[in-house]
Design a protein around this ligand. Sequence first.
Ligand code: SAH
Length: 241
Amino acid sequence: MKRHFALSAFLFFCFSFPSHGEGYGAARQRMVEEVLADADATASYSGISTLSPGVIAAMGKVERHRFVPAALAAVAYLNRPLPIGHGQTISQPFIVALMTDLMGLNKGDRVLEIGTGSGYQAAVLAEMARSVYSIEIIEPLGKEAGERLKSLGYHNVQTRVSDGYYGWPEAAPFDAIIVTAAASHVPPPLLKQLKPGGRMVIPLGTQFMTQFLMLVEKQQDGSVTNRQILPVRFVPLTGGH
Ligand code: SAH
C-alpha cells in the first residue's frame, strides 16, 4: 500500500492528470495515441503495422481507471503496467492492444483468458467477442475482478478461480486463447481446447530470462505453427503443473 501511494504521488506530480476540467476521456485518448505510436515503432518485429479499428475502439472505450487500485486511478492511463496487489500487475496498454490484435477476433467468438488479474484485458476482449471465459489462480483477485466486471455491465464475461493451465474444458472449444502470465511451454490442455483454425497468444520463457510473446496457430488439420512476436516481460504462470 505504501509503495502504491509513493508511486502514485510521484507519477501524479510528474504527469498530473486528469488536470483541470479534463476528465479521464482525454487521458484515455492520449493513451490510445501512445499505444498506436508503440505499435508503429515495433511494426517491423511484430508484423503488425496497424492495430485493427476494433482494437483501437475497445482501448478507447474501456475505463482502465476502474481496474487499478483507487490510489493509482490518476495514473491509470499511462502506457505502462501498474501493480494491482498480490505481487501481480495490470499489463501495459500497448501489450494488451497487441495481444488482442494478434487474436484476430470476430464478433461471434468465444475466448478464453488465463490470468484475469484486474479484469481489464477481459473487458477489452468482451468489447470484441461474444463471450469471454477468464481464469485467475489468486482467489481475492479473481473474485474482485469478477465483481468489478459485473458491476461495469460486462455480462458476457464469466470468471472462475482455478489453475488456468488446465483451461476450462466444459466451455471449450475456443476460437482464441490468451495467456497473460509467462509459461515455460504451451500448456497441452489449452492447445487441446483451441478450435482448429484458432489462435493462442502466450508469453513463453522464464521469469529471469528473455520471454517472447508467441502467436500459436492451430491449423484446420490440427498441426500447430508458432511465430515469435516481441520480447516481453510478464509475471510467471504459477500453479501445480
Ligand atoms: N490480464 C490481467 C493481467 C494479469 S497479470 C489484467 O488485465 O489485469 C497475470 C495474472 O495471471 C495474475 O493475476 C496471476 O495471478 C495470474 N496467474 C498466474 N498463474 C496462473 C494460473 N496458473 N492460472 C490462472 N491465473 C494465473
